[in-house]
Design a protein around this ligand. Structure first.
Ligand code: ZN
Length: 278
């Protein structure tokens, strides 16, 4: 049987690889953060950098946050690789996903994901759209992505899957991307009241009550997918969290992990600013 031919060395190697995704942040230095408090724009920049460092976003994918002052607006960077985002790249959008500034820089094609989810889900304050590789198999195999360990108890029973073939009509272009409000609305419906939805052959959307929350959920959901694939390779009888266990979120909504991950990206930003001044 192919799955039982997995050697101890193979297993150890793949587990180390999975844990390295979370451990990639450098150790936190002693002392105060260079920025004791941050603006929403600074936090959005940090979220972009963290998600890139954690391997959740690469050159593509995006993260947004609802505007604190006006609930029917959100902040999202211009179309740019997340690791390169700075404060000047952040733009404001209405819920139709039109940039508020007529002179705005080019926007992400898939920004409608964010606008339609903020419209459908008043409780959601931050949204991530990722193509995290570990999630992709669970969108294409019919194997449900289920909570395997306590960090993903927020998943509940399983992550739903959005099938774009059912809703894209006869448009022959951009077959796999959410490039208009109707597709964004269909995706929001697939998400429903859940914390995440997989997109078949594409990626996923994860939502949260804040940037720390959605960043943490995005990291741990991708890690759950890696661990679930490993567990399924070991056994056909994986012991998932039961419905009672799979009801609780991470107790501090991922705040502690956010502080861990944010410190090095802020310090790197400060070093860059200082180098620019010298
Ligand atoms: Zn995408």
């Amino acid at each position: 049987m192919k799955s039982s031919s997995l050697t101890r060395r193979d297993l150890l190697g793949s587990m180390l690889k999975a844990s390295a995704v979370v451990a990639i942040s450098s150790p936190v230095a002693a002392g105060q953060s260079p920025h004791a408090s941050s603006t929403p724009v600074e936090d959005l920049v940090a979220a972009n950098r963290i998600l890139a460092q954690q391997g959740i976003l690469d050159g593509y994918g995006h993260v947004s946050v609802r505007d604190d002052a006006t609930a029917n607006r959100y902040l999202l960077s211009r179309s740019l690789a997340p690791a390169l985002v700075t404060a000047t790249d952040v733009q404001y959008y209405d819920l139709d996903s039109n940039p508020l500034d007529p002179a705005a820089q080019p926007s992400f094609i898939e920004r409608f994901i964010h606008g339609e989810i903020y419209r459908a889900r008043p409780d959601v304050r931050a949204v991530v759209h990722s193509h995290a590789p570990s999630l992709i198999p669970f969108g294409v195999t019919g194997i449900p992505l289920k909570p395997l360990y306590h960090m993903t108890a927020f998943v509940g029973e399983a992550v739903p899957v959005f099938e774009i073939r059912k809703v894209r009509g006869n448009d022959p272009k951009m077959l796999m991307v959410v490039h208009n409000p109707a597709l964004g609305l269909a995706l929001a419906k697939s998400l429903g009241a859940k914390p995440a939805v997989l997109m078949r052959g594409h990626g996923a959307v994860i939502v949260g009550s804040s940037l720390p929350h959605v960043v943490g959920r995005s990291v741990y959901l991708a890690l759950n997918a890696t661990l679930q694939a490993q567990a399924m390779a070991l056994s056909g009888n994986v012991n998932y969290l039961d419905p009672q266990e799979a009801r609780e979120d991470v107790p501090d909504n991922c705040q502690r992990a956010w502080e861990l991950w944010k410190r090095p990206v802020q310090e790197a930003g400060c070093r860059k600013q200082e180098a620019g001044r010298s």
